[in-house]
Every structure is written in structure tokens, then in C-alpha cells.
Design a protein around this ligand. Structure first.
Ligand SMILES: Nc1ncnc2c1ncn2[C@@H]1O[C@H](COP(=O)(O)OP(=O)(O)OP(=O)(O)O)[C@@H](O)[C@H]1O
Length: 256
């Protein structure tokens, strides 16, 4: 679905991300990992056209259209939803969570009662009670706001969802339920995911491919099995070893 070669992203005249190459096929999950400041969010913002980029190849194929973009000011991806790292910044403070979720359905031109039903189902999918439909962002916790942002992305069942640390503010039980829901949607309706995460247990359970960034550069890009069995660099090997020592890799087994 996405095939990217030598993508660089800059801000204020400085290159923050240098020549990163990766691909992700339809219905796959790509996990982007790396230490704080490695350039993970910058990569997502570049993909979404929110920061200036340059690249050698940028191919995005969707069922809606086949396209290869060629701009230098930013890319942007049609048929895609982006869930930012900061959920409170992402939600309109004057609109209820339900209204924000319904906005995600605007292109589908559904009657209002159907929109509401879809939004309520999306709230349920992220383990939020229906009464949250009418709550304002200031009336919910950070983790609840994060789940509302997830619901807003999932409700539209887009082809591609780009998540920046979707589960970071959630407790382990809710993390697992939402991870399973994401995996179910991937298998049932073929959603493709690009997920930034610090959680190697999540990547071990759900990713198909893993892109490891370090100091604004690509350290490794491997299939998940290879990444954990034969990490392609000493740094990747240290990371996998540390996660094994901490027992982090078996924390979230995927559904069969
Ligand atoms: N708009 C900007 N202008 C200048 N520098 C920036 C800008 N955005 C990010 N940076 C810098 O780029 C580097 C990568 O930042 P980025 O947010 O992509 O890291 P990250 O890997 O997502 O980190 P974290 O895991 O902490 O969220 C950091 O050193 C950051 O300070």
C-alpha cells in the first residue's frame, strides 16, 4: 500500500529525519519504534503532509485511487486517518466526543441517527460507556480522550490509520482490549496500520514489519520475525535483548 524510498523531513531549515525507506502492504501493521527524539512523530507528520519533505519514491496505492505523489512541500494521504500523540490537542474543546467522532463520517453522508449509532459502536469498541457521547474533552481523563481519538479514527473504517502511541495512556487491560480490536478490524475489513510505539510487547504481538529509527535515521527495517530472531544491527539486538530481559515480549499475545 505504501512504498517509500529516502524520505527526509525538515523543520525550520533543519533536516530532522534523513532518508528513511520502508514499505507496508495492505492489511499489514508497521510498527515504528526508537528512543525518545529518534524522529518517529516527525516521520508520521511528514507522511501526513504536516512538515516539509523530500523523497526519492513515494507510492501510495489505495482502492479508491492509484496514485504516486510528487510534491516537496508535503505529502498527505487520502483515505487515511491520523491519531496524534496528544489527544486533548486533537479534540475540539467545544464539541462533545460524540460530535467529534461523527465528524469523521462526514464523507459518508449518513443520516444523523445512523451516524450516532456508528459513533456509539465506536465508543463501545474502545471501552467507553455510551454516556461519553455527550461529554466535552475537558470532562474526561487523558486515557479516555485518547480512546475517543481512537474511536474517531476507527469509526470511519479507513484504509490506513496512522497512530502515534495509541495505547500509551491506558492501563494494561484496556490496552489489550483495544489492541485486539485493532487486530480484528485489520483482519475483517483490511485496515492497514502504521503505529508509533515504545511498547515492544505490542510490536511483537501485532506488527508485521518493524522500522527502528535512531537519531533521525533509519537503523533497521525488517519483518517482525527477523527483527526479533535476527536483529539487523547491534543497537536493534540490544533493544530486543533488553525487552526479553524485562519480559516485555510475551505481554500481549495476538488473537488467533
Ligand atoms: N517542529 C520542529 N522544529 C524543530 N525541531 C523539531 C520539531 N519537531 C521535532 N523536532 C525535533 O526532532 C527530533 C525528533 O522529534 P520527534 O518528535 O519526531 O521524536 P520522537 O521519536 O517522536 O520522540 P518521542 O518518543 O519522545 O515522542 C527531536 O530532537 C525534536 O526536538
Amino acid at each position: 500500500m505504501l512504498n517509500i524510498a529516502k524520505l527526509s523531513v525538515s523543520a525550520a531549515g533543519r533536516t530532522l529525519l534523513h532518508e528513511v525507506s520502508f514499505s507496508v502492504a495492505a492489511s499489514e501493521m508497521l510498527c515504528v519504534i526508537g528512543e525518545s527524539g529518534a524522529g518517529k512523530s516527525t516521520l508520521l507528520k511528514g507522511l501526513m503532509g504536516l512538515m516539509p519533505c523530500r523523497y526519492e519514491r513515494f507510492e501510495h496505492r489505495s482502492s479508491a485511487e492509484e496514485s504516486a505523489f510528487a510534491t516537496t512541500s508535503g505529502l498527505g494521504l487520502p483515505a487515511c486517518r491520523y491519531v496524534m500523540q496528544d489527544p486533548l490537542a486533537a479534540l475540539n474543546p467545544k464539541r462533545s466526543l460524540g460530535q467529534s467522532i461523527c465528524e469523521s463520517l462526514y464523507t459518508q453522508k449518513l443520516p444523523a441517527p445512523e451516524q450516532r449509532n456508528r459513533a456509539l459502536s465506536a465508543l463501545e469498541a474502545v471501552e467507553l460507556p455510551v454516556e461519553f457521547y455527550d461529554r466535552l474533552p475537558k470532562e474526561v481523563s487523558l486515557g479516555q480522550a485518547q480512546r475517543a481519538c481512537l474511536a474517531r479514527a476507527l469509526v470511519a473504517e479507513p484504509e490506513l490509520i496512522i497512530f502515534d502511541e495509541p495505547l500509551s495512556a491506558l492501563d494494561a487491560l484496556v490496552q489489550k482490549k483495544i489492541a485486539l480490536k485493532m487486530d480484528q478490524l485489520r483482519r475483517e475489513i483490511g485496515i492497514t496500520y502504521i503505529v508509533v510505539t515504545h511498547d515492544l510487547g505490542f510490536a511483537a504481538a501485532y506488527a508485521d514489519r518493524i522500522l527502528l529509527l535512531r537519531n533521525g535515521r533509519m537503523e533497521t527495517f525488517q519483518d517482525k520475525g527477523d527483527f526479533f530472531a535476527n536483529p539487523a544491527s547491534a543497537y536493534a539486538s540490544d533493544l530486543v535483548g533488553a525487552a526479553q530481559t524485562l519480559g516485555a515480549l510475551n505481554r500481549m499475545e495476538a488473537a488467533e
